[in-house]
Design a protein around this ligand. Structure first.
Ligand code: ADP
Length: 292
């Protein structure tokens, strides 16, 4: 199965062009949609989840017209929105049971088995009687995945799922997602490069509503081989380097800026060649995209 998005555009009433001719081909497995805040990720996710309309373009899931045949899509969809809203003070067992009823699972025995299986799957079984509102951020996200899995979805959309999780919670969440993504399409929207690096075999970079890269993370990283140069500089020199070099990132290492520069050859004295990573891909792509 494959999701094919063609020339999708959306301009909000305030004039913001959130999606600008977006075309993507998304195969089975984990697909990363990487972009900064405001890039247009949620707009795309909500459109695919049939929660809002695009102005133009198409999206096809196998032989289903995603933008028109909304009921069919909803039956095949698992969605973990960016904001789940307020969690009620009911246990995860009761809340999952409620969601299962909404998804049309009317047989009580079947529902009970499903809810227990899901709680085991996301590792919340021992916390099944506690109120979801009392869960930690990571537990809430794992609960969110459990509800998204009800009804055996073929398309799972998770919007910014790791924002706000601590490293341990994030790891547990990564493990859970990587188990799910084997036979279905999972689209993971995120501004966190590490999410895509650890989980996704295909990805797109989206910036100002436009797709600037689509392909595998490995191919993207390889395309920068030999072109990334690193130097530790003093803070005061940073503006000069930014004017004279293509500085794609700077981060503090032991209190001093370590800059990464994109260049075909050694930019100037003191630069060491660095192995490119996905962060270099991300920043060099959106830097270049800003001028296109
Ligand atoms: P992301 O999920 O990547 O942060 P969004 O899709 O939420 O991006 O937003 C893309 C752009 O559209 C942003 O500039 C945002 O402010 C704007 N936007 C999002 N939703 C609305 C809305 N309902 N009305 C007007 N502008 C919106």
């Amino acid at each position: 199965m494959q999701l094919t998005i063609q020339n999708l555009s959306k301009t909000y009433a305030n004039g913001v062009k959130a999606l600008d001719n977006v075309s993507l081909t998304i195969p089975t497995g984990m697909y990363g949609l990487l972009g900064q805040n405001g890039a247009g990720k949620s707009t795309l996710m909500r459109t695919l989840a049939t929660l809002q309309d695009a102005d133009s373009g198409s999206a096809q899931l196998a032989n289903i017209d995603v933008l028109k045949d909304k009921e069919t899509v909803r039956r095949m969809l698992g969605y973990l929105p960016q904001e789940f809203g307020v969690y009620p003070k009911v246990s995860s067992t009761d809340l999952l049971d409620h969601f299962a009823i909404l998804k049309g699972i009317t047989n009580g025995r079947e529902r009970k088995e499903l809810v227990e299986a899901l709680l085991h799957r996301v590792n919340l079984y021992e916390h099944r009687k506690k109120a979801v509102s009392s869960y930690s951020g990571g537990m809430k996200q794992r609960f969110g995945i459990a509800q998204a899995l009800i009804g055996d979805p073929k398309l799972i959309i998770v919007d910014e799922p790791t924002a706000g999780l601590d490293p341990g919670e994030r790891n547990r969440f990564y493990n859970l997602l990587s188990e799910i993504g084997e036979n279905v399409i999972v689209i993971l929207s995120t501004h966190i490069v590490q999410d895509v690096m650890e989980l996704c075999n295909n990805m797109a970079i989206i910036h100002q509503g436009r797709v600037l890269y689509g392909g595998s993370p490995q191919a993207a990283v390889k395309s920068l081989d030999g072109k990334i140069w690193a130097k530790s500089i003093s803070k005061a020199d940073l503006p000069t380097y930014q004017q004279t070099h293509t500085v794609i990132s700077n981060k503090l290492v032991a209190g001093k800026p370590l800059i990464h520069v994109l260049s075909e050859g050694r930019p100037s004295d003191g630069f060491e060649q660095a192995s490119p990573d996905l962060e270099d891909v991300f920043f060099s792509t959106i830097n270049a995209g800003a001028h296109v």
